[in-house]
Design a protein around this ligand. Structure first.
Ligand code: P6P
Length: 341
């Protein structure tokens, strides 16, 4: 009996299967997800060459092709802006790299979707060959009859129709959810296809890892300090308890999030003295990852309640972020909202 090769499923065919769940679908959403996939392939190629062709920073020098060297995050930003909504599906694009969103509800196409993204999160790590990532969120346009405006842009994560991230690491993976589970696809550069490698990702209810920049401890509040102490030593425990978690912190959100999603754990970015509202951005980082983690069985909080329920007051609104294994994040929320166990 010859071994029947496992059927390899590309992300494009996975997305098409998703479209079949919605018989009335126009195909715009499918096209949009495929545009994101295409942009991810282009960015992956450049990120993986970064150490070779001197795309190392905003030097203003020319590279071997005589082109002006772009910072990789500028490059990634330009690629996603160019690739998104090539069929006119998108009415607003918001990028972590752009102060203002780009509105576009004229010309051919349905202009039905809003896409907010961080084109290359963690890019300051790229020169050290640390994994970096793209994070994206897709909302539906609300103002179907009148001109697109702020009400279409500033939507809570609960209104996301899909979200995901790309991690450019030892391999390039695209992980996304559209409300029917969380699925991971690994890029095979030899054929230029993202192949299904992690179907129906679920994250452990309780994790063994906590991820936080402990260098910020001097500026944390006392409840945050006590929470991290108990993550380290074990909950409600005296010193030296064996019940603590192990510490893992890369300093690249997508890499820390992805590892904790697969292994179980909690990532924390509490308020600090210079970022009293938190460092991470709600719309292009926290909310898209919150949708992913909730669809994988986890939870994401700002320390008071669900990240997904926060309505942004502006595109670059920042929030404190506690995200990962459900039991861990719920416990942190109780610790920080003063409700002891
Ligand atoms: P800190 C990278 O700059 C980033 O935006 C996230 O990717 C990462 O989680 C966080 O900042 C790291 O911040 O203050 O620990 O260096």
């Amino acid at each position: 009996m010859t071994n029947t090769p496992r059927i390899l499923q590309t992300i494009e065919s996975h997305i098409l299967d998703l479209q079949k769940l919605h018989p009335a679908a126009s195909g715009d959403f499918t096209g949009l997800l495929n545009d994101i996939t295409f942009a991810a392939k282009i960015v992956s190629r450049e990120v993986n060459k970064a150490g070779l062709v001197d795309i190392l920073g905003a030097t203003g020098e020319s590279n071997v092709q005589g082109e002006t060297v772009q910072k990789l995050d500028d490059y990634a930003n330009a690629v996603f802006l160019k690739c998104l909504g090539t069929r006119g599906q998108v009415c607003i694009m918001g990028s972590e790299e752009l102060a203002e969103p780009i509105f576009n509800d004229v010309g051919p196409g349905s202009h039905n979707y809003v896409v907010i993204f961080d084109p290359l999160d963690g890019s300051s790590n790229i020169d050290a060959n640390v994994s970096v990532g793209t994070i994206f969120g897709i909302w539906k346009r609300r103002s179907l009859l009148n001109k697109v405006g702020p009400a279409d842009l500033l939507q809570p994560g609960r209104q996301l129709v899909a979200s995901g991230y790309v991690i450019y690491g030892s391999s390039t993976m695209l992980v996304y959810t559209a409300g029917h589970g969380v699925h991971g696809f690994t890029l095979d550069p030899s054929i230029g296809e993202f192949l299904l490698s992690h179907e129906n990702i679920t994250t452990p209810f309780v994790g063994g890892i906590y991820s936080v920049n402990e260098g910020n401890e001097p500026t944390w509040s006392e409840p945050v300090r006590e929470t991290v102490r108990q993550l380290k030593y074990g909950r409600d425990s005296g010193r030296g308890s064996a019940g603590g978690k192990t510490s893992r912190y890369i300093g690249s959100l997508v890499a820390d999030f992805h590892r904790n999603l697969l292994y179980g754990g909690v990532f924390l970015y509490p308020p600090t003295a210079d970022k009293p509202g938190g460092k991470l951005r709600l719309m292009c980082e926290a909310a898209p990852l919150a949708l992913v983690v909730e669809n994988a069985g986890g939870y994401a909080s700002d320390g008071r309640g669900p990240i997904l329920d926060i309505t942004p007051d502006q595109l670059h609104m920042r929030v404190p972020l506690y995200i990962g294994s459900r039991d861990d994040v719920m416990w942190i929320e109780k610790m920080l909202s003063g409700v002891q166990r």
